[in-house]
Design a protein around this ligand. Structure first.
Ligand code: SAH
Length: 194
């Protein structure tokens, strides 16, 4: 854990990963763990608002929208968001976000997929509202180690009381790989979320 504590990946570095196609994290066919734990996320509820922090072009956003839920994502790479809409042949419109300088909101014409192009730290519940469910894959583990508490504290403010949060982490020896994805031990997850 100590080995990664000082690691920092800048927003610019993330954007250039997208520009140069270094997106090995993207899962073309979606994540099997979402399928496996879908019932835990939904808990018998329909018409939910589901949040995808650091969404990339995750195909699971399309899955959940097709099931009748509203999906909200945030991603710093505009290219990623445009590829998402293009790859699913979804028409969308684009508008500025008055509360956040330089941010854009890309919304499917059908209205049920809303993707913010900005840093997650620019968001607040007054801008995006609160969510009934969160799919956190490649998000907590992609956040710079020193920003973890800030990230989790923000996520907590974006959740409804009854919301469910699915978190995917990876387990490996942090002395052998520099990440991302970073290694976040279970004990740290417990202390971060309280
Ligand atoms: N969750 C996605 C992508 C994981 S990779 C998936 O499962 O495929 C992490 C993504 O977060 C990258 O696309 C990167 O561009 C984006 N990102 C990194 N830091 C960010 C930040 N502070 N705010 C918004 N997006 C960020």
């Amino acid at each position: 854990v100590g080995a990664q504590q000082e690691r920092e990946v800048t927003l610019q570095e993330w954007q250039s990963k997208w520009e140069t196609g270094k997106i090995g994290f993207h899962k073309e066919r979606g994540h099997p763990l979402l399928q496996k734990y879908l019932d835990v996320l939904l808990n018998g509820r329909s018409g939910l608002r589901i949040f995808f922090p650091l969404c990339g072009k995750a195909v699971e956003m399309k899955w959940l929208a097709d099931m009748g839920h509203t999906v909200v994502g945030v991603e710093v790479s505009e290219q990623a968001l445009k590829e998402f809409f293009a790859e699913h042949s979804l028409p969308y419109c684009e508008e500025p976000v008055p509360e956040i300088a330089g941010a854009k909101k890309l919304q499917s014409t059908s209205g049920n997929i809303v993707l913010y192009c900005c840093s997650i730290y620019d968001l607040s519940s007054s801008i995006v509202g609160r969510f009934d469910g969160v799919w956190d894959r490649g998000a907590l583990v992609a956040v710079n180690p020193r920003d973890r508490q800030r990230y989790v504290s923000l996520m907590i403010t974006l959740m409804e009381k009854s919301s469910s949060y699915l978190l995917v982490t990876v387990s490996y020896d942090p002395n052998k790989h520099k990440g991302p994805p970073f290694y976040v031990p279970e004990s740290e997850i417990k202390s971060l979320f309280g």
